[in-house]
Design a protein around this ligand. Sequence first.
Ligand code: GDP
Length: 443
Amino acid sequence: MANLLVLGTQWGDEGKGKVVDLLTPAFPVVARYQGGHNAGHTVYVQGRKIVLHLIPSGILHAETMCIIGNGVVVSPEAFFRELADLRALGVAVGPARLAVSKNAHLIMPYHPLVEKISEEGRGERKIGTTCRGIGPAYEDKAARTGLRVGDLLEPSVRQDKIEANVAAKNRLFAAYGVPGLEARPILDEYARYAEMIAPFVRDVALLLDERMRRGQNILFEGAQGVLLDLDHGTFPYVTSSSATAGGVCTGLGLGPRHVNAILGITKAYTTRVGGGPFPTELGDEVGRALAKRGDEFGATTGRPRRCGWFDAVAVRYACLINGIDRLALTKPDVLGDQAEVKLCTAYRLGSETLKSFPNEPWILEKVSPVYRTFRGWGNSLPAARTPDDLPAAFKDYLRAVEDLVETRVAIVSTGVARRETVLLETELAGLVDVAKVRSGLAP
Ligand code: GDP
């Protein structure tokens, strides 16, 4: 039996949604373990664009059980909005195939307000968060004051906790001259959510155990990316959860032995949303061309993403701290118009050459990338179906990426559609049932 973790190796937006969607036929269960509705996974199915924020991308496959783990923070409003959107698209989704952990923390109406105050207080050093209350919900979890999904189902616990939290937040708002909130409407709103969410609430650790005992393989779906991990990313320009492999165990309630293999998703160039250091950022025409062709605008916020060349120093670090087995390389087609493509092999810091990634922003801000230049590969990639169809110039680039990050590539994604994918079957065979994945590539 092989459970597979799929995670982003850069600053998020690597194309995890597409890869999870195409691997899902090989996994009866897909589980998310961190983040909130700040994630945005865009999937194209039969030409239709579907954006998922909170619900795992596996939901688009009718047979798949999807799980939101305790490590995720859940906005009930966002959850039910997404359910309604999916149903409007004809996706059958209900408690029989969607579960939410009773231990997941809730995003409450005061959390976005707290986040706004905190971001504004940072002035120029803004993190660039989505201001959807994700960070403050995790803060309340660490402070042991937050509400969990299971608390909603106990009316007296729900009431006590909401009243205590609203009172505490109102003291904070008063200090900042921000109008306070009334507890009553929040109590009423969350009483309604309690009824609506009850059928979805499960003990996720037990549910996963039961599925694994039945021999079902689990796909763990990461959100954001390794360089945004709270501990291992470019702190403080990070997200508030553990986007690395370790987050799977704490975010779902299972032991590390159940994470059998790890597939890192890596974009053929680099993007970053929000603030923070970005050594290979291109502030020129090339950067703008990549953003335009790659449609690099946030799926959740519409914000433009910063673009730059592929950073092998950063991705090698991601491979190292997660023990990534194989990579899926996405969006090389976006580089198709470039006569030359650059790849960052090391950083220069004064007279020193750094080959390992310093995650301190004040060091990263000072490094300059050392580039190797490759011939461009033109625009034939989306038509490629087998490794032999890949142009020689692209294969040179691919080999260099593999050598520099010391990890083999198992999937090349060459466009938004499922069929625009090249499976490198010998590399993929150890991770998934390749025949099942291939069967899903058609639409
Ligand atoms: P995620 O959060 O990692 O799932 O990434 P996003 O959904 O935010 O961004 C990835 C975007 O790239 C989506 O719009 C995908 O449809 C698109 N995409 C994924 N793979 C490819 C690819 O190989 N080529 C192109 N051109 N677009 C892709």
